[in-house]
Design a protein around this ligand. Structure first.
Ligand SMILES: [Zn+2]
Length: 192
C-alpha cells in the first residue's frame, strides 16, 4: 500500500516537473493551451478547387513557423492579432462591412476559412459568420483570458488566432463566429 502511494507520488512529481519545465520554456502569453500535447504533423482540412468547390477532407502538413518567420511574413498588426491573440478595435477592421462575394482565407497560411455566403451583419463591428467554410478548417478551444470564458477560434492548419465563437448567432446554426479582419485575406469570387 505504502509502495503504491510512493509510486503515485513519484509519478505525480515527474508530471509536475514536466509541466513546470514546459511552462518555463513557453511564456504564457504566446503558448497555446495544448503545449503539453504535441500537435500531429498533419491535419485534415477541406481545400477549394480552382472553380471554387470544396474538396476533401484531405490530409495536409500543419504549417509551423518560428516567431521570427511569422514576424517577417506578417505586418505588425497581423502578427499581434493572428500570432499574439490580440483583438482589433470594433468598426476598425477592413472586413466588418465588407459584402463582396467570395471567401476569406487565413492571413498566415491561406487556408480557406469562411465563405461570404455565411457572413451576416452582427452590428458588433467585427466581421461575423454563422459557420466556417468547412468544419475541419477551424478549431476551437476554451479561452479564460480577460476574466471571461470564451471559445477561441483558430486556423486548423497553422493555429493562427482568428477570433471567438458565441451562441447568439442567427439561424441555421445559432452561432456567431466573431473574427478579426487582420487574421483574414479576402479572395473575390470570379464570375463565370
Ligand atoms: Zn492558417
Amino acid at each position: 500500500m505504502r509502495n503504491r502511494i510512493f509510486i503515485a507520488l513519484g509519478t505525480a512529481l515527474i508530471g509536475l516537473t514536466a509541466v513546470l519545465a514546459q511552462s518555463l520554456t513557453n511564456p504564457p502569453t504566446m503558448a497555446p493551451s495544448k503545449t503539453t500535447v504535441p500537435s500531429p504533423a498533419n491535419v485534415k482540412v477541406q481545400l477549394l478547387t480552382t472553380n471554387g468547390q470544396l474538396s476533401g477532407p484531405v490530409e495536409v502538413p500543419r504549417v509551423v513557423k518560428t516567431d521570427a518567420e511569422w514576424r517577417q511574413q506578417l505586418t505588425s498588426e497581423q502578427y499581434g492579432i493572428a500570432r499574439g491573440k490580440g483583438t482589433e478595435r470594433a468598426f476598425c477592421g477592413v472586413f466588418y462591412d465588407h459584402k463582396k462575394p467570395g471567401h476569406y482565407e487565413c492571413v498566415c497560411c491561406q487556408l480557406p476559412l469562411f465563405s461570404a455566403d455565411s457572413k451576416f451583419d452582427s452590428g458588433t463591428g467585427w466581421p461575423s459568420f454563422f459557420k466556417p467554410i468547412a468544419p475541419e478548417n477551424v478549431v476551437t478551444h476554451t479561452d479564460i483570458s480577460h476574466g471571461m470564458v470564451r471559445s477561441e477560434i483558430l486556423c486548423a492548419r497553422c493555429d493562427g488566432h482568428l477570433g471567438h465563437v458565441f451562441n447568439d448567432g442567427p439561424r441555421p446554426t445559432g452561432l456567431r463566429y466573431c473574427l478579426n479582419s487582420a487574421s483574414l485575406v479576402f479572395v473575390e469570387r470570379r464570375q463565370p
